[in-house]
Ligand binder design. Sequence first.
Ligand SMILES: CC(=O)SCCNC(=O)CCNC(=O)[C@H](O)C(C)(C)COP(=O)(O)OP(=O)(O)OC[C@H]1O[C@@H](n2cnc3c(N)ncnc32)[C@H](O)[C@@H]1OP(=O)(O)O
Ligand SMILES: O=C([O-])CC(=O)C(=O)O
Length: 492
Amino acid sequence: MLSTSRLSTLTKQSLMRKSASFVKAYSSSPDLKATLESVIPARKEAFLKVKKELSDKKLGDITVGSVIGGMRGNKSLYWQSSVLDANEGIRFHNHTIAETQEFLPKSKHELSGKDAGLSEFLPESMFWYLLTGEKPTQEQIDNFSVELAEKGDLPPYILQILDNLPATLHPMSQLSIAITALNHESTFAKAYQRGIPKSEYWQYTFDDSINLIAKLPALVGKIYQNTYHAGKVGKGEFLGAINKDRDWSYNMASLLGLNNSADSVNINGMSNDRSKDFVNLIRLYCALHGDHEGGNVSAHATHLVGSALSDPYLSYSAGIQGLAGPLHGLAAQEVVRFVTTMYESLGSPKATEFKSSKIQEYLWSILNSGRVIPGYGHAVLRKPDPRFTAMLKFGLARESIAEDPLFQLVHKLSQVAPGVLTEHGKTKNPFPNVDSGSGVLFYHYGVKETLFFTVIFGASRALGPLNQLVWDRILGLPIERPKSVDLAGLMA
Ligand SMILES: CC(=O)SCCNC(=O)CCNC(=O)[C@H](O)C(C)(C)COP(=O)(O)OP(=O)(O)OC[C@H]1O[C@@H](n2cnc3c(N)ncnc32)[C@H](O)[C@@H]1OP(=O)(O)O
Ligand SMILES: O=C([O-])CC(=O)C(=O)O
């Protein structure tokens, strides 16, 4: 049960934080915009050289098969921050997941002591790195986390819009509506109307992108509260407050009401250790899911809409709408529904009693009914997704998760399903993708509302597409307009 005194203390703290002027840890190290500015000349020069000298070179042939087959294999998009290798998985500026986990800054609150070992790298570190290609210092990230927290509050009209949506509206639709409406804040849209030179576009695109990323924890928290916990706190209120001395993921956990601290209602009564682990799950999940080169639906949609000079809010809300499809980000929700239903249908056994033959039988029943196995297959990858492996490792490193039967079923499934899918013979990649293991981890920490999982994916995915959108404007990339072909054209 929530104590009223806890709630009123939280509300007071929230108000206090809003009115107090937070003392920034000022430093001599350049901030993100200055760092970006310093790397622009060299990268722009290299880009212009490629444009001038290599524009006529061929990168491959476009086949009829790819025109009618989802453009598979066409190298036709420019994306700077990450490249996906079919066998190895994603690399961020040529570094693997494990490498970035190692060198990107973590929370300043968990650099030493017993929490240090399990502390994960921060999504804001990943964004800095994606955007600049430079490894930020701890001090730069500490300051950047403060900047995001300071810009994190939602304007009253967004609260009003969200409060007026039916709680039955899918959380992803709520997120895309809120992000679209935030375009009311767009400095880019206003500057464009005023009339600015093209060389200045990126500055406003950058400012809007930072502002949008900063507001995502509050959007995620507000949608969670309105949709599932409306009775817990009053209309217009939150399940937690933004703490300006804490990182983006910590604040997201607080605003979800899932943090054992004075900053949050702690709706599930999590212990201190469990709550710290949950914050680390958000950090890992969001840093890992941020960027997956340019061709995935959410990244490509953001890039496409942005190419018409739609502002970052409009562009990313298009990305969110693509992420909400079951073949893309919504698979995170579908996997949990799938795994929980399978678990029940197997008779809710203990993990030691899982029988491969029963799991195989279940998988065949899905395949034979013409459905896909969610969380398996990929348009580019041909090996198990290293992001899935990293999430699995997170779970296996924590006793309470490692012993959770649903988590164990996900683990077991990753060993059994590839054989079944191979025998089925359709999918080009029978291995688990990123969505295979993430939802069940959130489920473990008490986020059991399956329709909600992709909203957290939506907060994370902002990092890659928005970083590229800033570069699209720096480099002056044109409106995207491929040529389409009709059947007669294909036959000819
Ligand atoms: C964050 C992400 O977006 S990760 C992906 C999340 N999506 C999922 O997990 C949903 C399940 N997976 C899929 O539907 C697919 O594997 C996709 C959408 C990810 C990739 O699609 P494609 O590139 O078209 O895959 P592929 O070329 O292997 O498809 C060939 C056939 O195998 C089928 N297939 C692919 N994956 C699966 C699967 N998991 N279960 C059953 N059948 C599958 C396809 O539906 C297709 O059938 P069809 O010929 O009857 O149309
Ligand atoms: O790359 C893709 O097409 C899908 C994917 O895994 C992602 O967007 O994270």
